[in-house]
Design a protein around this ligand. Structure first.
Ligand code: SF4
Ligand code: SF4
Length: 442
């Protein structure tokens, strides 16, 4: 199989065999769902419901008058019991709508789309339809999809890339969706192509998923538009937008720029699935598929869960934890976020939860100048130098050395034999650079 790739990157063990063969199971509606008002990139939402209100599954419960945002919908029918500060898997805590499930099956299906008419819809209509459905990127960044497919004046989108790389170790939810629900992904892909105006569609998949590549090869000729399947070398961080574009099209997104700047829009395979599902079923983005894995969970699974489900309710459905439970991470082990509470909810950007019986503790030594971090950096940075500048609080120099281009993939720290916390130091430099540029702009 001829594969494409990008320079740099690393090859951590994938651990995908734990769940890759496990069919998606449906997690039953829990008694309570918690829906944070911030779970996307852009303007925070404001509730349009109040304590005591009865809501139906699919009903809009929060929105704000802004372009870069995405409304929030009730993931089950029930009663709003409170709007209060709650644990958030990324932000620590934030305001959330707490919804008590009433056990009824009342639904509000406002958004079905005639599948045979997709290619006749106006792009602007489809963009508004995506916004109304609360659609955001489900690969982790949760960027509103309607914004992604709206090129600014003077810019055209030439290529739509569907990101099926799923390069983070352990995670297999996208892999299972491509095997089990490819027809919905096909519908979503048609909607994204029409909404963005892209004339070419490509699907990138790592070569450690040969059965998925075969499924796409079999399925894509049945679509009403040409779709190219591109096998990619299995390498981390192949799923990063910039590296997918580099590998597939050999185009470089400029420093500080967006895929749009090189005529490309990238959408994760699960986002594409959710769009297809919204078209078929008329329900907005209220469920997603996650992977629950790691050596400290008794029954690793791929699960379809209502957004807002609490981790403490998901754990018993997966057979409970195996002690000692040392670490819980939301997302993959390379870029995921360690959790401080089991009361965190699944948000739109949650690709999985990993449970570990041990933590990777590296003793820190002085840099031996081996350049492994440099060779592994997919952004062509000098991580050891950036970390050093950060340690000495030389943030202006770090800015000049392109600290802001760091995508925080962790490849450098993974390779460093001296155990230097390279990513934390670079993150610190980035936040200081951003803070001082905001101050300068005030
Ligand atoms: S410097 Fe940033 S982009 Fe480069 S390997 Fe390290 S974390 Fe990844
Ligand atoms: S990998 Fe670690 S030890 Fe080697 S040059 Fe980079 S920072 Fe120094």
């Amino acid at each position: 199989m001829k594969t494409k790739t990008f320079p740099g990157g690393v090859h951590p063990p994938t651990y995908k065999e734990i769940t890759a063969h496990k069919q998606i199971e449906v997690f039953p509606f829990p008694e309570r769902l918690v829906l944070p008002l911030i779970q996307h990139t852009g303007a925070p939402l404001e509730p349009i419901v109040k304590k005591g209100d009865a809501v139906k599954r699919g009903q809009k419960i929060a929105d704000v008058d802004a372009f870069v945002t995405a409304p929030l919908h009730a993931s089950c029918s029930g009663k709003i019991s409170s709007i209060e500060e709650w644990f958030h898997p990324v932000r620590g805590k934030c305001l959330a709508i707490v919804l008590e499930n009433d056990g009824s099956s009342e639904e509000e299906r406002r958004n079905p789309l005639p599948i045979s008419e997709i290619e006749n819809q106006q792009p602007q209509f489809l963009r508004e339809w995506l916004r109304e459905g609360g659609m955001v990127g489900l690969g982790g960044a949760a960027f509103p999809t309607h914004v992604k497919v709206s090129p600014p004046a003077g810019k055209n989108i030439e290529f739509l890339i569907i990101n099926g790389a799923e390069c983070e170790p352990y995670l297999t939810c996208d892999q299972r969706l491509m095997l089990e629900e490819i027809s919905k992904i096909g519908i979503g892909l048609r909607i994204l192509a029409r909404a963005s105006g892209a004339s070419r569609v490509l699907v990138g998949i790592e070569d450690n998923k040969p059965e998925v590549i075969a499924r796409w090869e079999e399925f894509s000729p049945h679509l009403p538009l040409p779709v190219e399947i591109v096998p990619l070398k299995t390498k981390y961080p192949q799923g990063s937008e910039k590296h997918l574009i580099r590998a597939i099209l050999n185009r470089e997104v400029p420093s500080g720029g967006l895929p749009l700047d090189v005529g490309v829009v990238v959408n994760n395979v699960q986002t594409t699935w959710a769009i297809g599902r919204m078209a078929e079923e008329g329900l907005p983005l209220i469920d997603r598929v996650i992977t629950v894995s790691g050596d400290a969970i008794a029954q690793p699974k791929n699960l379809k869960v209502p957004i807002g489900s609490l981790l403490e309710d998901i754990i018993p459905f997966c057979g409970g934890v195996r002690e000692p439970l040392k670490k819980v991470v939301m997302g993959g082990p390379m870029m995921g976020i360690a959790q401080v509470s089991l009361s965190v909810p699944v948000i739109k950007g949650t690709s999985g939860f990993l449970f570990f019986q041990s933590v990777w503790e590296k003793k820190e030594y002085p840099c031996i100048r081996c350049a492994r971090c440099v060779n592994s950096c997919p952004m062509n940075l000098i991580p050891s130098w950036l970390a050093r500048l950060s340690e000495f609080e030389a943030f202006e120099e770090a800015k000049a050395a392109r600290a802001l281009d760091c995508i925080e993939c962790g490849a450098c720290a993974y390779q460093c034999p001296a155990g230097i916390p390279l990513v934390q130091l670079i993150k610190l430099a980035k936040s200081e650079i951003i803070r001082s540029s905001r101050k300068g702009g005030d």
